[in-house]
Ligand binder design. Structure first.
Ligand SMILES: [Zn+2]
Length: 99
């Protein structure tokens, strides 16, 4: 019957929307959990990074293994203050045009 088909279609659409909302919520939760777990943790050894000032820019340094974490803004700031071209070349690793 056309009416039954109509309501079945509406119901199926409602279920699909609900499933999509649930998936989006799960994805957001997973992202938040991952962020909380890794926030300012060393990507090599998992220690909590400490903030240091290097050439006037705050960067994260691992007190355990010495790894350095630079985000894009920090790298760009260092690039602007560096005459050797090293940080500018490093910026290229992020797939962005150098300033
Ligand atoms: Zn480390």
């Amino acid at each position: 019957m056309a009416e039954d088909e109509y309501f079945a279609k509406i119901e199926a659409e409602k279920k699909a929307r609900l499933a999509a909302d649930l998936k989006a919520q799960k994805d957001r939760t997973a992202l938040e959990e991952r962020k909380a777990l890794h926030w300012l943790r060393c990507g090599k050894c998992g220690a909590v990074m400490t903030t240091r000032i290097f050439r006037g820019v705050e960067i994260e340094v691992c007190p355990e293994c010495g790894a350095v974490l630079l985000d894009r803004g920090e790298l760009e700031a260092l690039s602007g203050r560096d005459r050797s071209g090293f940080f500018e070349a490093l910026s290229g690793l992020f797939g962005r045009e150098s300033p």
